[in-house]
Design a protein around this ligand. Structure first.
Ligand code: SF4
Length: 511
């Protein structure tokens, strides 16, 4: 007999990507290769035991823990085995999603350029329809969706199309549990609800293994970029004892490594923009006592530039425990090199430096990271409201100066979220010649480094050979001619340069 509540997530979230969470970016790619190859080489599913997923996204695990703490029994189903877990006792199925309609910055950029739906959107649609079908064949039930991508579904018509009964936008451990409790009692619950920020003492400890051994060390950011999700505004560092507890849960259930997740690992426990070195070093020391295989998800350039000694000390700690990583990595945000745009949209990002010093901060941080064999995977944002050709040129100049550093740079299109919600998405039609040039220069940068990175990083030999001999070769061949045009500022899909002189300024950007 199944519990009344079942949780799941779509297939792009229920994969460990061959031990490389970086490969998770493949979920944001448009469907260019057949499903069979995508599943086999890039997004192989986690295992299932009697329909239950052995590992699940951290957000799903947090909801599972919050429901259990609230006295609500729950099981996490593998999306390929829903019918083994959902039965006539199931009243609610909760689905975690990161990017249900492919509107996230990475997805919308890639799909706009290629004109195809992303895997994230395709698999979410399949999962939600399958959940609906299995629920209905067992007498019905409610579909509740939440997770970082929930904002993409915030529209009654869209919810109707997918057959979603309730949507939780933002943090779910308090509000989401309350919605599910009401549904179980047969009481009315709002169709769309914004989750309240969960105070530290109410963030529950996960009970089972997460994808990639992800362990949340802090929630929120506090740097306050206007294009960022609202729930990242308040920085809450979790107590070390709880972090260690979650590391142990992951290792006990078979995780081969853990990934410390926050928006900026260097500011774990900090009170402001300056890292608290003792807190960070103690964190790594204690986690490394449990496993030598420790990675991090995100970091900030300003924190690196602020405390080069901290990066060196942590690297020495990681090296001395013999995890065997060829280099360490983190996702990081450059976004733009334009002081004016930094001032307007992300004045907190360079702190303790000024907006006009941002490009130099990014450069200095790359030097420090390279000295300590760290490889940043950075994002840029094209089309911030009001961005001019000169702003883009400044970013191009910075990317050219970063060429010598082993790294990846992913240019993304602006997506109106956070304080800029309601504004206009940046689209291919809005691209200036300089945006095409920036895209080409980033692609060249990545082609320059990606082969070496893939060989060093991918653990799975089959995946390594597939990425090198099929994916990279195919991309190089397909992009050779378009790249030449893009470097001239020409839209390769039309063979002519865009004529727009400047990107439009959406209404929301004026507020
Ligand atoms: S620094 Fe990153 S996580 Fe923090 S507010 Fe800015 S974009 Fe968001």
């Amino acid at each position: 007999m199944s519990p009344e509540v079942v949780l799941t997530a779509d297939r792009t979230l229920m994969s460990e990507y061959g031990g490389s969470l970086f490969m998770g970016f493949a979920a944001c790619a448009p469907k260019l290769i057949p499903d069979f190859f995508y599943r086999l080489f890039l997004c192989s599913p986690v295992k299932a035991a009697r329909g239950v997923a052995v590992a699940a996204p951290d957000g799903t695990r947090k909801m599972e823990a919050a429901l259990l703490e609230a006295g609500i029994d729950v099981r996490v189903a593998h999306p390929d085995h829903l019918e083994e877990v959902i039965d006539e006792h199931t009243k609610v199925v909760g689905i975690t999603t990161n990017d249900p309609r492919g509107l996230g910055p990475a997805s919308s950029t890639f799909s706009t350029l290629v004109g195809k739906k992303t895997y994230s959107a395709l698999f979410f649609e399949r999962t939600v329809r399958e959940v609906r079908k299995v629920l209905d064949s067992n007498g019905g039930g409610k579909v509740v969706v939440g997770g970082p991508g929930a904002w993409q579904l915030e529209d009654e018509q869209v919810l109707d199309e997918y057959g979603i009964d309730h949507l939780i936008v933002g943090e779910g451990e308090i509000t989401g549990v309350e919605v599910i409790r009401r549904v179980l009692r047969g009481e009315s619950a709002p169709r769309v609800v914004h989750g309240e920020a969960v105070p530290l003492e109410r963030i529950p400890n996960i009970r089972h293994r997460t994808i990639g051994g992800l362990v949340e060390i802090a929630r929120g950011c506090g740097r306050g970029c206007k294009f960022c999700q609202p729930n990242l505004r308040f920085l809450r560092a979790r107590p070390l004892s709880e972090i260690l507890q979650e590391v142990k849960v992951n290792l006990r259930e078979g995780a081969k490594s853990v990934c410390l997740h926050s928006e900026d690992v260097w500011r774990y426990g900090a009170k402001g923009p300056i890292p608290d070195e003792d807190k960070v070093i103690t964190l790594f020391e204690r986690v490394l006592e449990l496993t030598p295989h420790v990675g991090v998800s995100h970091a900030a350039f300003a924190s690196v530039a602020c405390k080069p000694g901290l990066v060196k000390r942590v690297t020495e700690l990681l090296d001395s425990h013999g995890g065997g990583a060829p280099w360490y990595s983190a996702q990081m945000g450059i976004e733009t090199a334009s002081p004016e745009l930094v001032r307007r949209y992300m004045p907190g990002k360079p702190l303790p430096w000024k907006p006009e010093e941002w490009a130099d901060v990014v450069l200095r941080a790359h030097e420090i990271l390279a000295e300590n064999h760290w490889v940043p995977c950075s994002t840029l944002i094209s089309g911030l409201p009001g961005e001019t050709a000169r702003d883009v040129e400044l970013t191009i100049e910075l990317v050219e100066r970063l060429r010598e550093f082993k790294s990846l740079i992913v240019p993304l299109f602006f997506v109106p979220i956070g304080m800029l919600k309601g504004g206009k998405f940046f689209l291919k039609e809005d691209m200036l010649p300089e945006h095409w040039k920036l895209l080409a220069i980033c692609m060249e940068h990545n082609f320059h480094w990606v082969d070496e990175l893939a060989q060093e990083h991918l653990q799975n030999r089959l995946q390594r050979a597939f990425v090198r001999k099929v994916v990279l070769r195919m991309f190089r061949q397909k992009l050779r001619e378009p790249l030449k045009l893009m470097k001239e500022g020409i839209d390769p899909t039309k063979g002519e340069a865009p004529i727009r002189a400047q990107t439009p300024t959406p209404v929301a950007a004026e507020s």
